[in-house]
Write a protein of this length. Structure first.
Length: 221
C-alpha cells in the first residue's frame, strides 16, 4: 500500500526525500490505533527526562540502542522533522538578511540535540534568498573538520554570492572557541577571493546561539 511505502521511505531517509505534497499525504495517512500507550509514555518520560528529550533522542538517532523507543520511531521522529521542514520553508520564503530570527529559529531547531558537531552552510543568491543548505561536515564531540576550498567549490557550483555558516556545540555553550574564530577567518578569506560574502557564522547550543555578525566579529578580520 502507498501508506506503507511512505512510512518505510520516511524511516529510511527522513522528510528530506519528500516533496511538500508527499509530506501532506503522509500526514493524512496517519491514523489513530486502538491501543493504550500511556504506560510507554510514562516510561519514556521517566527515562529521558522530558517530552523534548524523548523526541530529540528519536529524531537524532540517539535512542537507536533503545529497542522500545525504536519501535515508536514513526510517531516520535515526525514532530521534529515536520517542524524542521516548516521552519526551513519559512527560510526559503524570505530574504535571509532581512529576517534573521527566521534563520536562528531554523538552525536552533534543526541542530538541537545533536551529540557531535555538525557544520552547515547556507548558500545565498544575490537577493539574499536561500539557494541550498547542507551539512558539509560531521565530527567528534567538540570538533569537526571544515576545508575552505571545499566550501568555496560548493559555493561556486551553486552560484552563490553569499554564505551563512552554522555549527552546534554539543557542550551546551555557544561561545566560539579560538579554533572557531580562526576557522571563520580562513573561510572568509577563501570566499573573498571569489567575491563571495560571508554574512554570518552562527553557533547553536542548548537553546542558545552566538552570532558572529551580531557580536561584530566579522569586522575584526
Amino acid at each position: 500500500m502507498r501508506n506503507g511505502q511512505l512510512q518505510r521511505e520516511y524511516l529510511r531517509y527522513g522528510l528530506t526525500s519528500f516533496e511538500d505534497e508527499e509530506v501532506l499525504e503522509f500526514l493524512l495517512s496517519i491514523q489513530f490505533d486502538s491501543l493504550d500507550h500511556r504506560r510507554e509514555a510514562q516510561e519514556f518520560i521517566h527515562k529521558y527526562g522530558s517530552l523534548n528529550n524523548v523526541i530529540d533522542s528519536a529524531a537524532n538517532g540517539n535512542g537507536n540502542h533503545d529497542l522500545s523507543l525504536k519501535e515508536y520511531q514513526l510517531g516520535l521522529r515526525l514532530p521534529h522533522d515536520l517542524a524542521t521542514r516548516y521552519l526551513r520553508n519559512r527560510v526559503t520564503e524570505s530574504p535571509l538578511l532581512g529576517s534573521p530570527q527566521v534563520v536562528i529559529d531554523y538552525l536552533s531547531h534543526s541542530m538541537n540535540g545533536l551529540k557531535v558537531e555538525h557544520f552547515k552552510v547556507l548558500y545565498l543568491n544575490g537577493r539574499n534568498g536561500l539557494i541550498h543548505d547542507e551539512d558539509i561536515s560531521k565530527g567528534t564531540v567538540g570538533h569537526t573538520a571544515v576545508y575552505p576550498r571545499e566550501v568555496v567549490r560548493s559555493a561556486l557550483e551553486y552560484q552563490a554570492s553569499g554564505l551563512i555558516f552554522a555549527h552546534n556545540h554539543s557542550s551546551g555553550n555557544p561561545q566560539p572557541s579560538e579554533d572557531d574564530i580562526e576557522m571563520t577567518k580562513k573561510l572568509r578569506a577563501a570566499a573573498s577571493l571569489f567575491d563571495i560574502t560571508v554574512h554570518d557564522h552562527i553557533i547553536v547550543a542548548g537553546g542558545k546561539y552566538y552570532s558572529f555578525s551580531e557580536k561584530g566579529m566579522l569586522e575584526k578580520g
